[in-house]
Design a protein around this ligand. Sequence first.
Ligand SMILES: [Zn+2]
Ligand SMILES: [Zn+2]
Length: 252
Amino acid sequence: MIDKSIYTILKHLSAHSYAVQLELFLLLFFTGWFTENLVSRGTGKRKWVHAFFNLKFFIVDAVPQALMGLFFIQIIHWNQVHHFGLIYTLPSGSSPALLFIVAFLVLDLGEYVYHVTMHKVNFLWGFHAIHHSDRKVDVSTVFREHPMESIIRNCFALWWVFLSGATFWIFFIHLMAQTFFVLFTHARIRLPKRFNKMAGLIFVTPNIHQVHHHYKQPYTDRNYGDILCIWDRLFGTFGILPYKEIKLELII
Ligand SMILES: [Zn+2]
Ligand SMILES: [Zn+2]
């Protein structure tokens, strides 16, 4: 029998999760924005104009983003009712930590596959190129996404939530981690060399994602990872450039 109370709670949390994600997003955006302003000089007015231009994408994207969000709870609920998804194939009695790790890895691998696909399929690259067309990459570049890409990205994510069998909390924690990383890795900051090297063994750092925004190939086709860079290391798409050689400002 379908557990209506669980469904109601999940539905409520789902609606709330969008607000939490938005609050976290704005908090991290302004943290990144002020940090960038502290560490770089002479960017004042142009930086604001640039951010306001990118903000238009964020406002338009909010609509498909909010609408697509409603589908996630339906899929998670269906999976739980039918015990469908990778985590349900694990031995019964498996620890919650194992279930979390397996589902989290599947969701993160899904983001990697999505990003590679957006680069490799010509038709899709047309949408993703909007993100890469930013001539001055900074934390506001996160806003810069074609509305069609928002829909495609969410369709991919729905598919991976479906396959993984992720519970609401696994999905929610992954979403929050993704929100943090996407803003952190676009921030125009430079981490201490040693910390960047250590963290970059597993996680995507700003320096690693900046390589992805370097103005020419093969670097645009490197570092597709979202949270973890282990997929790039595993599938041979990892690339690194010294900070001074990364060019994030295009003069066209
Ligand atoms: Zn890309
Ligand atoms: Zn990017």
